[in-house]
Ligand binder design. Structure first.
Ligand SMILES: [Fe+2]
Ligand SMILES: [Fe+2]
Length: 241
């Protein structure tokens, strides 16, 4: 947060066209971030949100899950469009042939697990999107501002259904078991501590916070949700990645 802003980059880059005038390193950084969002949004929609429609226990839950799946596919579509505008090759904008982040390898098998993924993985996504709300590349900043209310809805969806499940002793035990399986995969979502790329992103005003700062904030927010709101236990995880 303390690094001086790189003076080679203007305070605001308003379009894909203007991006072509920015330093090559800045352009590469933007392409990398947009590509990773496009890939992760599609991964999540394919392995979690769409299959969860079949797991949802009631027509009401299926209806809301359809909305979540629609929005996650929509996020992919928007990040993909931006990726295409800024010259990311189409093959790099989908998960095919890529090593997934560990969370996407989680074998979703139950409705409780899906609710916990929305509660905790979408909270991680909210932190990532929050960090882009003041990004110097305005098309990316605008996309973050557009998707943010939907990510908040997904996390709220997870919280509401987890609270409902926790009304019975059996439901509480199943939600706790899902948290124990899902949560340990999530701190790695924030990338390596001491990342050189991340220093560059902050110097360029693309991102605001370091990976380790975001990870610590995430764990604190996840703990407040799980322990204060749900009255369950957040498993201990290593903070360093
Ligand atoms: Fe999303
Ligand atoms: Fe989401």
């Amino acid at each position: 947060m303390t690094e001086a802003r790189n003076s080679a980059v203007p305070a605001g880059i308003r379009s894909a066209e203007e991006l072509k005038q920015a330093p090559e390193e800045y352009q590469l950084a933007i392409r990398k971030i947009v590509r990773s969002h496009a890939v992760n949004e599609l991964y999540g929609a394919q392995v979690f949100d769409e299959p969860a429609i079949a797991l949802a226990p009631t027509p009401y839950a299926k209806w809301l899950t359809c909305r979540v799946a629609m929005e996650e596919y929509g996020h992919h579509v928007r990040f993909r469009e931006l990726g295409e505008q800024i010259g990311v090759p189409a093959a790099e904008l989908t998960p095919e042939g890529r090593q997934p982040l560990s969370i996407f390898a989680f074998p979703l098998a139950s409705w409780e697990e899906f609710c916990v993924i929305k509660l905790l993985a979408d909270l991680a996504e909210i932190l990532q999107v929050e960090d882009l709300l003041h990004c110097t590349f305005h098309p990316l900043r605008n996309l973050a501002r557009m998707t943010m209310p939907e990510e908040r809805f997904h996390a709220q969806f997870g919280k509401d259904f987890c609270i409902e499940l926790c009304r019975t002793a059996e439901g509480r035990a199943r939600v706790q078991a899902a948290i124990d399986r899902v949560f340990p995969l999530l701190p790695a979502f924030f990338g390596q501590s001491g990342s050189r790329n991340n220093v560059l992103y902050r110097q360029f005003g693309i991102k605001q916070r370091s990976n380790e700062e975001m990870r610590a904030d995430y764990i604190a927010r996840a703990r407040a949700l799980v322990e204060e709101q749900l009255q369950l236990k957040l498993p201990a995880v290593a903070e360093a990645a």
